[in-house]
Design a protein around this ligand. Structure first.
Ligand SMILES: NC(=O)C1=CN([C@@H]2O[C@H](COP(=O)(O)OP(=O)(O)OC[C@H]3O[C@@H](n4cnc5c(N)ncnc54)[C@H](O)[C@@H]3O)[C@@H](O)[C@H]2O)C=CC1
Ligand SMILES: CC(C)CC(=O)C(=O)O
Length: 363
């Protein structure tokens, strides 16, 4: 992998490698763009097959955060971190504290939070070494686990996507296929079940799948069968790149709306689903609830204010489809346009000299 070529292609600012032999820490922090403010994005812990895979994941996720934060109307830039390791075996206090010291070394250019494989308890350990961490235990005045709030945002965004596709935002009686029922999707399923949707779920961890079957009367299917389920809505809530050449021909859903980051394997897959008339709710718009929630901590956490902002994901999804229709472009491009316009406008206004500049993280 030619790292500087990659950084240049998407205009990344910084890539940091962190190593601590004593704890076994091997981490990558990617900062994509800080035009709007400090880079905020979670830390993923995963058993990457190679170092290159880890670096690419960090870079792709960091760029996604720039767009997510901009589209959500936050004054926050984009970054993300990955820890190479097995979250079930390789965690230790020393590892997270060593990682926290590297974050502290960036002096606020990067602020972390949870992602796949990390928990509030891990953030508490990072917090022993740095204040540049969110999603810490509420006892510290923090917002805690972002997943339920992400789920609520996805639920609101899914209703908006249903309105675009079916002319009515009710999910009652709709069949929804959910891929991966972890932290976010379990909470999403609760909202969907309460509204009267029929759920079909899968997960590589049987206990997670069984929990959704037990608590929400969901039907369980095999990991590969989820794409071809006869359903109204497909909700990818596991990992990325699941909308691809192999899966698109299997899809029967009219809507794709889920929590996972980087759902489209390549941009052209967004073109393909658009041509097929599938309403694709862009991942980084619909799953912004968690980051909206943790970003609120930067001005002193207020849950009511945060949830009110998460509600706006409904309108953001509708706006994406207005732009898509107006400019005759697929929804993923419409979302990019929305985010890029905001970054460009703010870059201009923020470059105006101001003595004793006030930092406004989120409105
Ligand atoms: N936690 C949060 O607040 C946010 C999460 N996201 C994204 O949402 C997705 C889910 O996040 P979490 O729920 O926090 O993670 P999680 O790790 O709690 O849940 C993911 C679930 O997917 C399952 N899974 C993994 N690969 C699978 C496969 N091939 N087929 C079926 N199931 C599979 C896992 O076993 C797990 O139960 C991730 O892509 C994450 O980046 C995005 C925004 C915020
Ligand atoms: C705080 C996290 C929920 C933010 C993040 O990493 C994401 O939205 O993917």
């Amino acid at each position: 992998m030619k790292i500087f070529d990659y950084l240049q292609r998407y205009d990344y600012e910084q890539l940091v490698f962190c190593h601590d032999a004593a704890s076994g820490l091997r981490a990558v922090i990617a900062i994509h763009d800080t035009t709007l403010g400090p880079a905020l994005g979670g830390t993923r812990m995963w058993t990457y097959q190679s170092e290159e895979e880890a670096v690419i994941d960090a870079l792709r996720l960091a760029r996604g955060m720039t767009y997510k934060n901009a589209a959500a109307g936050l004054n926050i830039g984009g970054g993300k971190a990955v820890l190479i390791g097995d979250p079930r075996k390789d965690k230790s206090e020393a590892l997270f504290r060593a990682f926290g010291r590297y974050i502290q070394g960036l002096n606020g250019r990067y602020i972390t939070a949870e992602d796949v494989g990390t928990t509030v308890a891990d953030m508490d350990l990072i917090h022993m070494e740095t204040d540049y961490v969110t999603g810490v235990s509420p006892a510290f005045g923090s917002s805690g686990n972002p997943s339920p709030v992400t789920a609520y945002g996805v639920y609101r965004g899914m209703k908006a996507a249903a309105k675009v596709a079916f002319g009515d935002d009710s999910l009652s009686g709709k069949t929804i296929a959910v891929q991966g029922v972890g932290n976010v999707a379990y909470n999403l399923c609760r909202h969907l079940h309460e509204e009267g949707a029929n759920l079909v779920v899968t997960d590589i961890q049987e206990e997670n799948m069984n929990r959704a079957v037990r608590d929400f009367g969901a039907k369980a299917v095999g990991v590969r069968d989820i794409f071809g389920v006869d359903c109204d809505i497909f909700a990818p809530c596991a990992l990325g790149a699941v909308i691809n050449d192999e899966t698109i021909p299997l899809l029967k859903a009219k809507v794709i709306a889920g929590a996972a980051n980087n759902q489209l394997k390549e941009e052209r897959h967004g073109d393909l689903v658009h041509e097929m008339g599938i309403v694709y709710a862009p991942d980084y718009v619909i799953n912004a609830g968690g980051v909206i929630n943790v970003a609120d901590e930067l001005q002193g956490y207020n849950r009511e204010r945060a949830l009110k902002k998460v509600e706006t994901i409904y309108d953001s999804i509708l706006k994406v489809f207005e732009i898509s229709e107006r400019d005759r472009i697929p929804s993923y491009q419409a979302a990019d346009r929305m985010a890029e316009e905001r970054i460009m406008q703010m870059a201009k206004s923020r470059s105006t000299f101001l003595r004793n500049e006030k930092t406004v993280f989120a409105k």
